[in-house]
Write a protein that binds this ligand. Structure first.
Ligand code: GAP
Length: 561
């Protein structure tokens, strides 16, 4: 991750916000390449969700999918957040180290620490040393068990994700050299080797800490007894409206874009010729005063979301849920997050919110979560919880009159049915998406002139193509300029088109590789005689010659436009 972060800084993808003042924790700015990458990702989502929903695919009702666009305010009436439950319940469990004054989230505390003792090779015993993060070596032996018993012990910890156990066992038995193996000592002083694997313990971690605050060593100092009990900390940023700045003037920066959609549901229905099932989509900033912002942009205090609230009749909700879950997964794959780094994880029944019948997460294996995964997007079946709450708190009638349903009247037509539609919510993080694309694209190859390069999918690559005159004379710059202008005309709206007459051609290619530009076209001596150019493929470094007048159609085909 350090390598990726330093490339991001060096090439202008992402900078620390307010860097010249020492930065500000949890806030990030995007440089020119990062801004283009983020814009391309947002634009790809917008095109495929709003302009041509689900690539023109039909929904489970056999009809084309409809999603309407919306753009709502960051600051809403504070009653919105009372109704949605954010004022009372959008809390994280915060724990302080009384001595070091450092702070962390109780539900992030726990990790799985497995000790492969010297005996392991002989009797297959694995010692489960402790559920602790950050203070290796941990010295308390909690259990010692066989594979099966370990599996059972972990299955019992409800919030733990079972696939992670698989990864743990794979790594132990596969003897993966890259594992974080450290020397540990058990309480009898016996030495062994330990494997530290971060496991998100969720609510279970918080409860464990609450009932055993004296037992858990501080992740910062390693000392027991210095941690406070977990306390609820509301994540919403507060501000004041107007000049008096009194208690009555408090407002909140939105912690999600979703509620702006719910409170406008009736407006959209009343002012558009739209029928349920349909969706409303918006992208925009959200703010959360995260207790421990970390892992680059993964957990930021200011970030952007891309959310859809899809409204349907309860009887069709599970079909729509499956449709959205599967299509969203396909979508992330279509822009380059393929392979084993992306998974779909269906939530277990005891992980679901009280109003949700099903939820799944699309998760990506970030370098800092590996071998585990981190959430990229959640697809939640939210019942009609949100509309019910807003109807109750606002007093406005939000029911939808569905004229296609209900008993048949004497004239053979349905009488209609009034209901609060059920909702499927595919909610994605734009900044997390960008981070996943950066991690996926980052490739090392010591044999190349650019030992690090970015294998972006052409659709989201910040620079789409580059045009280089081999030398800055003999008529080559003029041809390059003309080709550059032609490419700009056609693709300038989708990404940058670079041209650069200076430096050796190898250095120019290397710069483009680091920026993730998929195609470089070079004008050389042959171009002047036979009107062909070389096109260099970023991933293979291979070159071929194509006719100068086919360059635009070549790029067009590769970009699928
Ligand atoms: N309306 C539902 C909702 O907001 P969420 O799981 O809290 O659900 C949706 O957020 C997505 O927003 C997450 O999957 C993640 O990609 C992104 N996200 C949430 N908190 C974030 C943070 N602190 N920093 C960056 N992205 C975040």
């Amino acid at each position: 991750m350090d390598d990726i972060m330093s490339l991001c800084k060096r090439r202008g993808f992402i900078y620390q916000a307010s860097e010249i003042y020492g930065g500000i924790n949890g806030f990030w700015d995007y440089g020119p390449l990062g801004t283009m990458l983020k814009r391309n990702l947002r634009e790809a989502w917008w095109q495929d969700v709003v302009m041509m929903p689900c690539w023109g695919r039909k929904g489970p009702d056999g009809e084309p999918v409809t999603n309407l666009p919306l753009d709502t305010c960051i600051i809403q009436n504070p009653k919105v957040w009372e109704a949605s439950g954010h004022v009372a319940g959008f809390n994280d469990p915060m724990v302080d180290d009384k001595e070091t004054k450092q702070r962390f989230r109780a539900d992030h505390l726990f990790g799985l620490f497995v000790c492969i003792s010297g005996d392991y090779a002989k009797d297959g015993l694995i010692r489960l040393v402790a559920f602790m993060t950050k203070v290796p070596p941990v010295r308390t032996v909690v259990a010692s068990s066989s594979h099966e018993a370990l599996e059972l012990a972990l299955a019992d910890r409800k919030a733990m994700k079972p696939y992670k156990l698989g990864a743990v066992l794979d790594r132990i038995t596969g003897g993966d050299e890259s594992s974080t193996i450290i020397e540990v000592e058990d309480k009898d002083g016996a030495k062994g080797f330990g494997l530290f694997v971060p496991v998100y313990a969720g609510k279970w971690g918080t409860e464990y800490l609450r009932s055993n605050p004296q037992l858990i060593p501080s992740p910062f100092s390693g000392k027991s007894g210095s941690l406070t009990e977990p306390r609820a900390f509301n994540l919403m940023f507060k501000t004041f409206i107007g000049a008096t700045a009194g208690a009555d003037d408090i407002a909140y920066l939105r912690p999600e874009t979703a509620q702006g959609i719910f409170v406008n549901f009736k407006n959209v229905v009343d002012t558009n010729r739209v029928k349920v099932p349909f969706g409303i989509a918006q992208t925009g900033k959200a703010f959360r005063n995260e207790v421990t912002p970390r892992n680059f942009t993964y957990r930021s205090r200011e970030f952007e979301q891309m959310e859809i609230e899809f409204f349907c009749h309860e009887s069709q909700a599970m079909d729509w849920y499956a449709f959205w879950r599967d299509w969203r997964m396909e979508w992330w794959k279509s822009i380059g997050l393929g392979g084993e780094n992306i998974i779909l994880r269906e939530h277990a029944a005891d992980e679901l919110a009280h109003y949700s019948k099903a939820t799944s997460d699309i998760e990506y294996r970030f370098p800092f979560t590996a071998p585990g995964f981190g959430e990229l997007e959640g697809i939640a079946y939210r019942g009609n919880f949100d509309l019910t709450q807003h109807q109750k708190h606002s007093g406005a009638k939000l029911e939808y009159n569905d004229t296609t349903r209900g008993e048949l009247a004497a004239n053979g037509q349905p009488k209609g049915e009034r209901y609060l539609p059920h909702v499927i919510e595919p909610s994605a993080g734009l900044d997390r998406g960008v981070l996943a694309l950066l991690c996926e694209a980052y490739t090392k190859d010591a044999s190349r002139a650019s030992p690090e390069f970015m294998k972006f999918h052409p659709r989201i690559a910040p620079i789409k193509a580059a045009v280089f005159p081999l030398v800055n004379k003999d008529g080559m710059p003029e041809v390059a300029e003309k080709l550059h202008a032609d490419l700009m005309k056609k693709f300038g709206r989708t990404g940058l088109i670079e041209t650069d007459p200076k430096q050796s051609i190898g250095k120019r290619y290397a710069r483009m590789d680091e920026a993730g530009c998929p195609f470089c076209f070079t004008i050389d001596g042959e171009t002047l005689t036979n009107q062909t150019v070389t096109v260099r493929d970023r991933d293979t470094g291979g070159q071929e010659r194509i006719a100068l007048n086919t360059v635009v159609s070549f790029v067009s085909e590769k970009l699928g436009m």
